[in-house]
Design a protein around this ligand. Structure first.
Ligand SMILES: Cc1cc2nc3c(=O)[nH]c(=O)nc-3n(C[C@H](O)[C@H](O)[C@H](O)COP(=O)(O)O)c2cc1C
Length: 300
């Protein structure tokens, strides 16, 4: 006999997003519950599924509903997830929502909303598998809310890191910017340096690059470390730039990064790593101090 608690913990090792599934009961009252069991199923026909506990208060309503909607929550909707996971009778009075196609309740601020016609219901142990045929959907920009082993997590670590850096005195924010087969570096009295933002914020970095006549595309945090030489945090983004080479800057080819005169030792180590990451076609994020730390692979 399987220990249900141990099994639940083991299932919880699968990190998911969080959704709120909504519908209307026959008298029009909106109903909804939080679910992380959402799965996309088929593109043709367009199908998705969500598993609903037979013990949920709304189980009978969903079993009979001709339509339902799935709202994928964004990282700032933790409270909405908590609200719809509760048995509060007035969930919809405590959040912002709008009636959408088929009059389904769609939650404001969701990352994606799918309105479905009921396609099939499978009886599966203590749950019902609701399979919906997508009739309408909408998506929005933003970061998702994550759920792992019973805790919420945010995938937007870049934002957190940048905010932490901005809040600490002596912090700096810079970028490793790929450009015409090399990396953009600035000439300084002590040697070459990576471009730094005047203030440690992403907006400030983007504004500075734009002022230099460049078009930046910043994509992910490449290194975040405590710099004991300045007593602050250092956060470096990775990105690309296009445009004419600004005065006082140079593009150092990847093959020359190992021998280039880089003024700051942490930046020199980072560029060394960048050249090998680029060769391997796989990037990693560095965190630690300016001399020792770990890298974690973040994708190709
Ligand atoms: C992050 C999270 C994910 C959940 N996922 C599911 C799920 O996939 N299926 C389910 O039946 N309940 C799930 N629940 C629990 C329900 O949201 C909860 O039982 C809720 O009270 C059901 O609402 P109702 O009783 O008003 O129908 C989840 C709860 C949380 C916090």
């Amino acid at each position: 006999m399987t220990d249900p608690k141990a099994l639940r913990n083991a299932f919880g090792a699968f990190a998911t997003g969080v959704t709120v599934v909504t519908t209307r009961q026959p008298d029009g009252t909106p109903r909804g519950f939080t679910a992380n069991s959402f799965t996309s199923v088929s593109l043709d026909p367009p199908l998705l599924l969500v598993c609903l506990a037979k013990t949920a208060h709304s189980a009978d309503v969903f079993r009979e509903a001709p339509h339902f909607a799935v709202n994928i929550l964004s990282e700032d909707q933790k409270a909405v997830s908590g609200l719809f996971a509760s048995r509060t009778p007035d969930k919809f009075q405590n959040c912002a929502w709008t009636p959408g196609p088929a009059d389904m309740p769609l939650l404001d601020g969701a990352l994606a909303q799918f309105t479905c016609a009921g396609h099939q219901i499978a009886d599966a142990g203590d749950h019902l598998i609701l399979i919906g045929r997508v009739e309408h959907f909408a998506t929005a920009e933003g970061q998702p809310l994550g759920y792992f082993r019973g805790n919420y997590f945010s995938i937007g670590i870049e934002k957190d890191l940048a905010e932490a850096a901005a809040a600490t005195k002596g912090s700096r924010l810079g970028a490793v910017l790929a450009c015409s087969g090399g990396v953009l570096l600035k000439h300084t009295a002590k040697g070459l340096s990576l471009p730094l933002a005047p203030d440690p914020s992403l907006d400030s970095l983007t504004a500075k690059l734009t002022d230099l006549g460049l078009t930046p595309q910043i994509d992910f945090v490449y290194a975040a470390f405590d710099d004991r030489t300045t007593g602050g945090h250092a956060v470096y983004y990775h990105g690309t730039v296009t445009g004419p080479l600004p005065q006082g800057y140079r593009i150092v080819p990847l093959t020359d990064l190992g021998t280039a005169q880089i003024a700051n030792a942490a930046e020199a180590a980072m560029l060394h790593r960048y050249a090998s990451d680029f060769k391997n076609g796989s990037f990693s994020i560095y965190h630690g101090t300016e001399t020792t730390g770990q890298t974690r692979q973040i994708g190709a």
